[in-house]
Design a protein around this ligand. Structure first.
Ligand code: CUA
Length: 158
């Protein structure tokens, strides 16, 4: 089969780009251990308040784990529990969140924390707060008439 030279060049670029993208995803997933924030941990959405760790929202010190604190959030229309939480500066924190009703967002402005909270699923993200100050948590999934009012605050204190 005869192929035009330019066609061959474009095919090479296309296949090359595909291989690069697959390699990036593969390295990110299997070597760096990245996964979607809701990594198939489940929770009964009707009994969120009775199930650990969601029966005690807020910041908890933990021992013997790769992180120092667990920061538990329960979202529901149209707020987050806790509404304000203080986090020590420089602490490695695992954020664990879920929703009691509909899909909510969980974006911490100015950081790379950006999760979707789905009913029945637990979303997790581990991070270190290495800048003191106030961080706004915003819902970035449209969830109803109070969506634009839905926010909370993380205060990173030295
Ligand atoms: Cu919750 Cu939008």
């Amino acid at each position: 089969m005869h192929m035009h030279k330019l066609e061959k060049i474009w095919l090479t670029i296309g296949i090359g780009a595909l291989i690069v993208f697959l390699a990036v995803i593969g390295i990110s997933a299997f070597y760096l251990g990245n996964k979607p924030p809701s990594c198939l941990a489940t929770v009964n959405p009707e009994k969120v308040d009775q199930q650990a760790p969601f029966n005690k929202p807020g910041l908890h010190k933990v021992e013997g784990k790769d992180w120092d604190y667990e920061l538990v959030f329960v979202a529901s229309a149209f707020n987050y529990n806790p509404g304000t939480v203080k986090v020590p500066y420089g602490a490695k924190v695992k954020v664990i969140a879920t929703t009691k009703d509909v899909i909510h967002g969980f974006e911490v402005a100015g950081t790379n924390i950006n999760m979707m909270l789905e009913p029945g699923y637990v979303s997790e993200f581990t991070t270190t707060f290495d800048k003191a100050g106030q961080y706004l948590i915003l819902c970035n999934e449209y969830c109803g008439s109070g969506h634009q009012l839905m926010s909370a605050k993380i205060e990173v204190v030295k």
